[in-house]
Design a protein around this ligand. Sequence first.
Ligand code: SF4
Length: 214
Amino acid sequence: MAGKYPALLLYMLKVHSIETFGTHEGPGIRLVVFVQGCNFRCLYCHNPDSQDITGEAREMTSEEIIELLNRQKEYFKNKGGLTVSGGEPTLQVRGMIDLFQKVKEAGFNTVLDTNGSIVSSKVSELYALTDLVLLDVKHINPDLHKKITGHSNESVLHNAKLREESGKPMWLRYVLVPGYSNQEEYLYIWCEHFKNYKQVEIDITRPTPTERNV
Ligand code: SF4
């Protein structure tokens, strides 16, 4: 692949859209970059246009994103910084590693909003460069997780465990959808599963009216 494409292209991110003053994707005021392409097909996707990896996207270098960070850095204070969300950022792991390395060198903090589905040494490398992981655990039951997303939750739970063992912070996120993820018995099992985790904050939300199919 490296012989077929210019090396720079391997490190460019396919970007769906950018929010300059995000307040929900991590602490403080943040530049939020939504990447294009996701391997899940959640029934209540907040950003369905970003699912198709071949969909319309802007190719951006790490340097271009750092330039955007520099333009708004006075608003970050000591909490804000860069969040990459999606889509699913770990589908573009090489570009993400390049970006987070350079963003940290430039003095900004990094947040990764991920569905946790990809387990690999490169993804572990990316997590190590991430100050805060926002991990969606959409259901604790593998079959019901598959019903909601199209995939089992096995990799998601494995990534949550790896992050906990790393001793670095994570927000576990859960979208409470009537009829899909609000079953009392499974909410109890979900809490039991994570009750000894020390690095986590729990963030429970409801789908917004714009999220489809639910
Ligand atoms: S993981 Fe996120 S971007 Fe992907 S389908 Fe689910 S809600 Fe949409």
